[in-house]
Each structure stands twice: as structure tokens, then as C-alpha cells.
Design a protein around this ligand. Structure first.
Ligand code: 1GP
Length: 254
């Protein structure tokens, strides 16, 4: 199977072992419209971004299909759904992070939303990436924490993070997502990324509050296979920030 026909997850993973880590850009459908996303998506492709995540804790735009089509057309890169609930799914996407929030004790975010979304995912044959989603303490309350009512893992309790990640592994998850929350004051500690990645031997995604190339590079070197940046790129439209983060995340290519 060549890379053009390989499933998205497998293909990104195999590229990450060559580059160090993969750079994922988060687009929030409520903050970026399909008409405005084109130039940004094109800049991302030029800077070496590997794929896009699309989603948010809530979305009201009603233009998810259109947004995803515009990104794919402009960037020619995979778009992966990163849904906050069962309504954030689209047949235009290439894959979906099937997120079970293991830090949450509210069954809706562990399995309930999943049951609502599963029939459409099946009908559209979307590629599913089973993901253990772990919220990590990151300063003031974030939207994801408020909406899900999940307690975050304390930043210093690495053993607790590892226990949750291992539980995810034993449930059959293929990916561990360490999430500080969009716009978080503090990103996930690199020691936590290192411990979870080494204990589970599963690929780790890290996101939330990453604003600089230095931070992105540190997390990539700590073992994150995927580094997600959203807010910082929306706030700073400079191509140079995209390029710097891309270079830091792809540290094996430098
Ligand atoms: C949020 O991890 C993502 O779910 C990205 O967060 O917007 O803070 O980069 P930022």
C-alpha cells in the first residue's frame, strides 16, 4: 500500500518516525469561516504542517462540511475531526479522533456521544482513530474543562497520568491525547509526555497552550508524536511562526 492510499493515521505515524514528530494545526469552526480559511490553510501547507484537526468544545457555525472542503482544497492535507460532541462529524473529513475522555466521570464523554455518532461514522466509512483523551491541569478553567466537567490531572501527578494512559491502552486505544485545553495558560509538562509515552509505548498527541517553537520542540523531543497548535496561530498570522514551529517539531529533519 503506498502512502497515497494508506490510512491517514498510519501514514502520519510513519512520517513522524522520519521527522521526529508531526505538526497538527487545530481549526475551530466557530472562529474561522470557510471563506477566510483558504489563505491560512495554504500558508500551513507551505510551512510544512502535516495535517489539520477540526473541532472545538462547542460549535455553532453549521458550516463544518464547507470548512473542511475549503481546507482540503487549499492545503491538500488530511483533515481529522476532533469533535467536542456527536454533532461535529462530517463525511468530508479523512478521519476522526474517536475521543473517550478518560479523566471524566461523566458517561456522555466516555461513551454516550460516541453511540450517537457511531452509525454515521459507519455509514460514511470514516477512518476511526480510537483515542484516550486526558485533560491536564493548565491554569485557569478552560472551555473543555467547563463543558465536560472533567477534573484535570494535576500537573505534578505524573503517576496518575500514566495510570490513565495505561487504562486507555488496555481498553484498546491507539493514541493518547494529553490536552491542556485550547488557550491554556500552561502547556502539558514535558515530563508527563515523556512518562506517558515511555510507559504505554503508544503515540502521544499533546496540545493546548503551545505558543512558541521552543515549547513545541521541547514537547516533540519529550516523545510526543503529534504536536497540536491552534490559538497561537490564529492570534499571530505571521508565516514565520508557522515555519519556526514546523522546524522545531520536525527536529529530525533539521
Ligand atoms: C486544543 O490542543 C488544542 O484542544 C490546541 O490548543 O488552541 O491552545 O493551541 P491551543
Amino acid at each position: 500500500m503506498d502512502s497515497a492510499t494508506r490510512p491517514v493515521f498510519e501514514s502520519l505515524l510513519s512520517a513522524s518516525s522520519r521527522k521526529g514528530s508531526e505538526f497538527l494545526v487545530l481549526v475551530d469552526p466557530d472562529r474561522v469561516s470557510p471563506d477566510k480559511v483558504t489563505d491560512f490553510a495554504d500558508s500551513c501547507a507551505q510551512a510544512g504542517v502535516d495535517a489539520f484537526l477540526v473541532g472545538g468544545s462547542l460549535t455553532f457555525s453549521g458550516r463544518l462540511d464547507e470548512l473542511i472542503s475549503s481546507i482540503k482544497k487549499a492545503a491538500g492535507l488530511p483533515v481529522i475531526l476532533f469533535p467536542g460532541n456527536a454533532y461535529q462529524i462530517s463525511r468530508e473529513a479523512d478521519a476522526i479522533l474517536f475521543l473517550s475522555m478518560l479523566t471524566c466521570r461523566n458517561a456522555d464523554f466516555l461513551v454516550g456521544e460516541h453511540v450517537k455518532a457511531a452509525p454515521l461514522i459507519h455509514r460514511w466509512s470514516l477512518e476511526v482513530i480510537p483515542t484516550a483523551y486526558l485533560l491536564v491541569e493548565s491554569g485557569p478553567l478552560t472551555s473543555v474543562q467547563f463543558v465536560t466537567q472533567s477534573l484535570p490531572l494535576p500537573r505534578g501527578k505524573i503517576d496518575l497520568a500514566v495510570a490513565h494512559a495505561l487504562a486507555g491502552k488496555y481498553m484498546g486505544m491507539k493514541l493518547i491525547f494529553l490536552e491542556a485545553g485550547s488557550g491554556a495558560r500552561y502547556a502539558v509538562p514535558h515530563e508527563m509526555v515523556e512518562a506517558v509515552s515511555s510507559a504505554t509505548a503508544l503515540p502521544v498527541v499533546v496540545g493546548g497552550g503551545i505558543r512558541t517553537a521552543e515549547e513545541a520542540g521541547r514537547l516533540a523531543r519529550a516523545g510526543a508524536k503529534f504536536v497540536v497548535v491552534g490559538n497561537a496561530l490564529e492570534e499571530c498570522k505571521e508565516l514565520s511562526l508557522l515555519e519556526e514551529i514546523s522546524s522545531a517539531v520536525h527536529f529530525l529533519e533539521r
